[in-house]
Design a protein. Structure first.
Lengths: 188, 188
DNA sequence: TGGTTATTAGTCAAAGTTGACTAACGAAAG
DNA sequence: CTTTCGTTAGTCAACTTTGACTAATAACCA
């Protein structure tokens, strides 16, 4: 399932009952449109698709004056399950060239419990170390291979640089989470 | 113009006359399918679209035995201009959440001259510093704003972490480029 | 020598994305 | 007081992406 659907489903959960235009504004203030490349039109498409799949339901159609009608949506129990599954997938899995997973985690981590997020981040850090090591061997192979061009090493070097940066960020966040920053699922 | 089209156009330039399946294999050994999320089907679509726009032309249709026919393509003068324009755009412009531009630069820099790439990387480093500074002010604003949730700071922090990592990578590459590593346009 | 798998080369329907467009309303400016 | 501009709320046709599918040949292996 795509980032767009995860983002829209997560936002519906937080603001339900909610209509498309509200999500559009809200996602902009979170900068989600920036890092996930979500254009307005995609939000309405995601809402329709999520409804077809039974993850959200239409919970009303309001009309203020003669303005265009607003269809509002709410999450279903199946939607809650799917949302947690998608979020958990992003939290626990690290891929060498996936730049959106960690952004999704940063934006929606509070939908999981503090304990799970802390464990997940610790696991991400370990997994990142493993990928960094593997990137090093890939660079060696690239340089000694006759079919792979040498500059492919730059792609692995960039992956390594980014994963290191994300590790630094994750460590800083971990410390703040352990100190009690932010509010997570089941708190208050 | 999208990353897919840039990547396909750049690869056509390097291997012309070239058919879709060759590009598919070649882009895989460069890991382009990984960082640019390019599936096989997208390559054939990009080739058709680039032809319609006049950036490449069909330069033949080979048939070996009773295998499926292979349509081969070559770049046009208009394609060369457009390719340089797109590449230059990625080299000289930095955006806070754009993760593909620098990957494209790493993969296709040798299509520009060594001097331009060196100047462009120097400029990218300066521009990244500016965005990092601006991210800092954005975090301040986020924390003091009543409408923007506090965790949006994590998104800016991640942007800063990544830009720093890319700066480190660019500096290391710059040193090697100044020392003569790789072969660029107009060399040999 | 016959069967299975891998490689070559691509197509296509379904799904998702893009960004320009409509259309009503409120507020500000001249 | 009316024209202009921004905001609200969403649609839609054109385009791109996805990934499962076809269909032939080559390679392996018992």
């Amino acid at each position: 399932m795509s980032t767009t659907r995860l983002v829209v489903l997560g936002a519906v959960k937080q603001f339900q009952p909610v209509h498309g235009y509200f999500l559009r504004r809200e996602l902009m203030t979170w900068m989600v449109d920036q890092w996930a490349n979500i254009q307005p039109g995609s939000i309405y498409n995601a809402l329709r698709a999520l409804e077809v799949d039974g993850y959200i339901v239409e919970s009303g159609t309001e009309t203020e004056g003669k303005r265009p009608a607003r269809t509002t949506y709410s999450i279903t129990p199946a939607g809650e399950v799917e949302l947690n599954r998608m979020l958990r997938d992003r939290l626990w899995n690290v891929a060498p060239f996936d730049t959106q997973a960690i952004m999704t985690v940063a934006s929606f981590m509070f939908l999981l419990s503090r304990d799970e997020v802390i464990s997940g981040l610790e696991h991400r850090i370990a997994k990142s170390d493993a990928i960094i090591t593997s990137n090093g061997f890939n660079v060696e192979d690239t340089l000694s291979s006759e079919t792979t061009p040498d500059y492919v090493r730059e792609i692995f070097d960039l992956s390594t640089a980014r994963l290191s940066a994300e590790k630094t960020w994750a460590n800083a966040l971990l410390e703040r989470l352990r100190a009690g920053e932010y509010t997570f699922a089941g708190e208050e």
